[in-house]
Design a protein around this ligand. Sequence first.
Ligand code: SF4
Length: 479
Amino acid sequence: MKDLSIDFIKENEYFLDGEMHEECGVFGVYNVSDNASSLAYYGLHALQHRGQEAAGIAASDNQKVECYKGKGLLTEIFDTQTIDRLGGVHAVGHVRYSTAGGNEIENVQPIMVRAHTGNFAVVHNGNIVNAREIRIELENEGRIFQGTSDSEVIAHLIQKETGTFVEKIIKAANRLEGAFAFIIMTKDCMYGIRDKNGLRPLTIANVDEAGYCLSSETCAFNIVNATTIRDIEPGEVVRIADDGLKFFQYTTEIQNKMCAMEYIYFSRPDSNINNINVHTARRYSGHMLAREDKGKVEADIVVGVPDSSLSAAIGYSEESGLPYELGLIKNRYVGRTFIQPTQKQRERGVRMKLSAVRDIVKDKRIMLIDDSIVRGTTSKRIVQLLKEAGAKEVHVRIGSPAITHPCFYGVDTSTYEELISARMSVEEVRAYIGADSLKFLSCDSLVEAFGTKDLCLSCFTGNYPTRLFSLAKTLVRED
Ligand code: SF4
């Protein structure tokens, strides 16, 4: 694999900054005695941090598949009557994040396919990098799309294939490049599919007496009292039916490149990914940061940026011996700034969501631990908050390497222009955010902290695990 040059990607930036970049959450329940929609709602609630712009649930009573979806938080879309009306013994749901312009109701999931061969619902997390090419091919064959989401591409691909439903899924999955975790529900079966690169997570669990759950994150299993069975493997399809589970490997050309940002930022600390607990991985990244700093910087207290950096801050404190303090408080009723679609909304979000604890930080030299720097605006505001509250020095330590390349696999680090570390040196970023010093964790230390090499590190290295496609040039990157 070779690096893409910045200039080359810039030429294609219009395409590459398309409207299908998203980081979402999917959840499914199969064969439960309780109201399946209600369990899906609770599961999705545990995944709400993965997307707050839209959500939906499709349910089946073994006879028909019904769907309800809308824009906003789950609590804004669903009430008890809606959930009761949907009911069902099986259900799939989705929480959605999309970039500006991509949040039309047609793109809100589940995507429903109504066909004479049987209705089915599709929910998807990730980004299919060759979706546009397949879409053009399908449109040229006369197929009509409702929205612009790449989830609709797999729905059409499945519908056009022949064979049993699982054979159709396998054929369709083999056409797709990129990152995806799908759940598909027919009236009486459910399927979980993971991309051959293992970029997006999907785990299966037992629930109820003879039921099953599929989820983007294991934290959702706790809330519905489900017990993890195992992760769906890269390039694997699981079929859940009344005769139990069947696993199919749809390709043997697999690699295990779990998105490192799942550990660093996206997932909840109580989730396990590839059998690694997220809190523990972050805590060890804090240990590594402290080791890299040993004897080089003097500070009085360690402060973590709530919530995703608290585990790394605890780790830094453990390794350095510096006391961990609650120097920043989060207003829990404001969404995450990284997943607000416009810069203006993000800036307003930072001002609303964090406060410095003056009595803790005043006159202190602070070691501030954050998980990542994407655009730099949040870090700048936090340093400013701490200094306004009387902090003497603010040393910023980042529990991941500098993000120098965009993600093409469903995470909205969309263009080089937006990524501060793609444009500036570490020293320039330090000056921009107003910190007294700034250090990022190295890739080697990150790998050591997480205890696995099975990671996608592309946004830090520019080495992408898949080919990248474009409309303008059929293939912008060759192996
Ligand atoms: S490029 Fe970065 S954000 Fe995207 S999948 Fe890879 S590690 Fe995750």
